[in-house]
Design a binder for this molecule. Structure first.
Ligand code: AMP
Ligand code: MG
Length: 423
């Protein structure tokens, strides 16, 4: 034997080397989510904005209709209006002078037994509660002729049939869509009380990381998580704050966390969140007495380090880009939504037939990178959590429940498009 080589043997293989750690409780995904949901509150301020700047903002208060929609009964079609319905058979009515158009009401009263020309959107004049479509009428000699039956109220819209003044049209916490702006405008709201955007600081950690554009030495890799996480924060409707990259150096990391806590409402770090020698994010949070190691029964995903730094919540995400993205979508996104003043949101998934086969063990929820082609869900060829190309190949995640499953082609699987997460 070589003199310098110590006489040591590798550890024996353990029987349970593929099992989840015995005696250690792995929190189910749903339990972790409900903890976040119970504990987090809005942290953002409130501002007043004109409606035109409201897209993507979060309502700070319920929005109440100032006006009904429609405000008055009106005609839904171009045609002729009169009072009452008509039985089966042919009917002839004399035409009153004038007309009613959208925005140009008819000032008089339409006498019983007469008809008035009306255009779509016109308020129904006094003496009109029913309208016949112009295509169903012959017009001649100052009269209209049409065939019944026609129900009273036909082709009209009632005042407030859509929204009644005083109704809550959108709840506090709603992130405003283009359709929401239409609704708010229609019911007379010009100014909105909204939340200031949540500021999300993003920080990468690791001695191995270099910036795209820099020379990468052997053993170095380009920082993939930071551009991804900054872009995700933007897509979620938050304000991304780029806090750069920090080496695995506790002092430097501490200073950068101080700065991030000053500049943002929440901090996302990636890397260094486990319990290893160079896992300084978890070590610092632990030192500060504000560290929760979240061992979640989730694949992909190593422990998440959740903590609070100078009063600012920190999500210590795993370094592997796939795990970082999945953990952000599954946990950080709804959590940040609450901090931003949004309601809690579960992503909308769809059950679709699988285009793949997979056997899954019980105990952990799994998210695979997937996409839909020809109505079937495909998954990326590798589940390796460093495979960034698969994140980009995918158009969403396939969620497989906590229990054991043997999925065969054609079996339903839950597909959650990236768009359902807000990406
Ligand atoms: P860690 O969680 O720090 O142990 O990192 C786990 C793995 O993710 C390692 O292979 C890291 O090199 C890699 N990793 C960490 N941060 C990044 C990043 N920002 N971009 C790409 N890979 C990363
Ligand atoms: Mg690291």
């Amino acid at each position: 034997m070589n003199q310098n080589r110590p006489d040591i043997a590798p550890p024996p293989l353990k029987n349970d080397c593929f099992a989840l750690p015995a005696g250690v409780y792995w929190t189910p995904v749903d339990e972790a989510l409900s903890l976040l949901r119970q504990r987090l509150r809005p942290v953002t301020g409130i501002e007043t904005l004109p409606l035109s700047q409201g897209l993507g903002r979060v309502l700070a208060q319920d929005a109440t209709a100032r006006r009904s929609n429609p405000p008055l009964p009106n005609t839904a079609v171009d045609g002729y209006g009169f009072a009452g319905g008509f039985p089966e058979g042919a009917h002839v009515l004399p035409l009153a002078d004038g007309r009613a158009a959208a925005g140009i009401p008819y000032e008089g009263v339409v006498p019983a037994g007469q008809a008035l020309r009306v255009l779509t959107g016109a308020a129904l004049p006094d003496g009109v509660d029913t309208v016949i479509l112009e295509e169903d009428v012959t017009l001649s000699g100052g009269h209209i002729a049409f065939r019944g039956p026609l129900k009273r109220g036909a082709n009209t819209r009632k005042a407030g049939e859509d929204v009644v003044a005083g109704d809550t049209v959108l709840p506090a916490g709603r992130r405003l869509t283009p359709a929401d702006l239409a609704l708010l405008s229609a019911v007379g709201l010009a100014e909105l009380q909204v939340r200031s955007p949540l500021r999300v600081a993003v920080l990468s950690t690791g001695d191995e990381l270099v910036e795209p554009g820099q020379e990468a030495g052997p053993g170095q890799i380009y920082d993939a998580n930071r551009p991804m996480l900054l872009a995700m924060a933007e897509r979620f409707g938050f304000q991304a704050v780029d806090m750069g990259r920090v080496a695995d150096d506790r002092g430097a990391l501490k200073a950068r966390l101080d700065e991030a806590a000053d500049r943002a409402d929440v901090i996302l770090t990636s890397g260094g969140a486990s319990a290893g020698d160079e896992d300084h994010v978890s070590a610092l949070l632990r030192e500060a007495g504000a560290m929760q190691e979240w061992r979640i029964a989730l694949k992909p995903g190593r422990p998440l380090a959740l903590g609070v730094w100078n009063g600012t919540p920190v999500f210590g995400l795993p370094g592997n880009p796939v795990a970082a993205m999945v953990c952000t979508l599954v946990f950080a996104r709804p959590a940040m939504g609450l901090l931003a003043g949004e309601g809690w949101s579960d992503p909308q998934g769809f059950d679709l037939p699988a285009a793949f086969e997979k056997r899954k063990k019980p105990g952990r929820r799994e998210f695979l990178r997937g996409r839909v082609r020809d109505g079937r869900v495909e998954v990326f060829r590798s589940e390796g959590s460093g495979r960034i190309s698969g994140l980009s190949w995918a158009e969403g995640l396939v969620e497989i429940g906590d229990d054991a499953r043997h999925i065969r082609p054609g079996d339903p699987v839950r597909f959650i498009p990236y768009a359902s997460f807000g990406l």
